[in-house]
Design a protein around this ligand. Structure first.
Ligand code: SDX
Length: 430
């Protein structure tokens, strides 16, 4: 029997029965309520939690978030320390293996990823089938899914070597697929990976190299991208990670599970918000228009994109780091009029009870788009920039899920509110 202090005593007033429900790690098991029945034929009680706002679906050791205090840690290291001292690939290793790599481990990890950056030549024809104006997120979710057809061995999800290869391949190839989608949109030839360059440097080369023999990335932009990618690497059970876990629980290969994550991230309430923020700033146009825009938000005619968060009820610590990053990037690329609108918009919103009462603060998407715009990326590439680093988070969560003894195929229940036992009506009588 659970310690009486670490349990709930639940009385079912329909029967007068009292049930002891153990409290474990701040939760109670939903299945404990199935024992609460009015008679033997009763199915028992379920819990109802649309959008899982108060439901834990797994145990995890990867990312810790304290929403009230704006804390984000990966495997116990603060996001601020990781941005200050680590590279993105070092953080990707930390997410996957749980420990920061020693120098030889990091060198081997970087080498493995570097030699897996190429994609099968057939993927070029696959991407060639899209219209010139296809959204790069639509191309990315399709090409990531297509990767599963090139690596049938990935279906052996219990095989360590296959798990390792899928992890390396996805982290290595996401930038290549992203850059190829971008070049396809512009009708430009693809640039193959350059293995002499860093992970972010190689991405910039695949994106922007033109006729020069060798692309030379600006080290300040490489650093800015690396920090941005650390900030976007993982974020516990967000919508897209929950999608990867749910789809992965059917024991499909990880490429297909990650393709589901890309699809979820595409949504404007999730990763698509960075693109929506820039469009919102464009619509606001001038600082003078901010009060009217915010009134539109309060009248529920608008949503303040890049603000609010399911977990953070304080400033998203990532937004704070990105805001500092923006200034450093703009020193390289030149001032952005939108930065002034964004900072004024934040100031007005945080001075307004409507937003502070609802605990609406800037989130990771509010400033990131300004950096992508400063890198001359089109807005429809912004969410792709989120998907690249989130791949290491999705894969760390997928690996944790496949190894978790408690994992079963995800299959929620429902409250049925429809009709029952209706007589069929022949079409002539309808
Ligand atoms: C990401 O989960 C993650 O970790 C995600 C992420 C990650 O790293 O994976 O952090 C990345 O997706 C960041 C969020 C990016 N999305 C946006 O910026 C879109 C704008 N924000 C929202 O739509 C909203 O804040 C959500 C979706 C982020 C969170 O929504 P919730 O938790 O469901 O909150 P809610 O909709 O219940 O809002 C609570 C109240 C409501 O007001 P009332 O009806 O109670 O009066 O706040 C209001 C909402 O109307 N509200 C907003 C608002 N967000 C919430 N009002 C205006 N503008 C907003 N942005």
């Amino acid at each position: 029997m659970a310690d009486s202090k670490e349990s709930l005593s639940v009385t079912d007033n329909r029967t007068g029965e009292t049930y002891e429900v153990p409290i474990e790690q701040g939760t109670v098991k939903a299945m404990a309520f199935r024992d609460m029945k009015v008679d033997e034929d009763d199915f028992g009680l379920m819990t109802y939690d649309p959008a899982f706002t108060n439901t834990a679906n797994c145990r995890s050791t990867i990312t810790y978030i304290d929403g009230e205090n704006g804390v984000l840690e990966h495997r116990g290291y603060t996001i601020e320390d990781l941005c200050e001292h680590a590279t993105y690939l070092e953080v990707a290793y930390l997410l996957i293996y749980g420990e920061l790599p020693k120098q030889d481990e990091l060198d081997e990890w970087v080498h493995e990823i570097t030699i897996h950056t190429f994609v099968h030549e057939n993927l070029k024809e696959f991407l060639g089938g899209f219209r010139y104006d296809a959204h790069p997120m639509g191309m990315l979710q399709s090409s990531v899914g297509a990767l599963s057809t090139f690596y049938p061995g990935a279906k052996n999800i219990d095989d360590d070597r296959e798990r390792f290869l899928a992890t390396i391949r996805l982290i290595a190839k996401m930038p290549t697929l992203a850059a190829f989608a971008y070049r396809h949109n512009l009708g430009l030839p693809y640039n193959y990976p350059d293995n002499d360059l860093s992970y972010p440097g190689n991405f910039l080369s695949m994106m922007f190299k033109m006729t020069e023999a060798k692309y030379e990335p600006d080290p300040r932009l490489e650093k800015a991208l690396d920090v941005l990618w650390i900030l976007h690497a993982d974020h516990e059970q967000n919508c897209s990670t929950a999608a990867v876990r749910a789809v992965g629980s059917s024991e499909v290969d990880p490429y297909s599970a990650v393709a589901a994550g890309v699809a979820a991230l595409y949504g404007p309430l999730h990763g698509g918000a960075n693109e929506a923020v820039l469009k919102m700033l464009d619509r606001i146009e001038t600082v003078e228009n901010i009060p009217d825009f915010l009134q539109g938000v309060k009248d529920r005619k608008e949503r303040l994109m890049g603000f609010g968060h399911r977990v953070y009820k304080n400033y998203d610590p990532r937004a704070r780091v990105i805001k500092k990053n923006v200034e450093e990037v703009l020193e390289v690329t030149g001032k952005s009029p939108k930065l002034e609108i964004a900072t004024e918009l934040e100031k007005h919103a945080l001075d307004d009870d409507y937003f502070t009462e609802r605990k609406l603060y800037p989130n990771v998407d509010f400033y990131s788009g300004l950096i992508y715009e400063a890198l001359s990326l089109p807005t429809d590439m912004f969410t792709v920039m989120f998907a690249i680093p989130r791949t290491s988070g999705w894969m760390s969560q997928w690996l944790e899920m496949v190894k978790d003894e408690e994992t079963k195929i995800a299959r929620p229940r429902q409250i049925y509110t429809g009709e029952r036992a209706r007589d069929f009506v022949p079409i002539a009588d309808r």
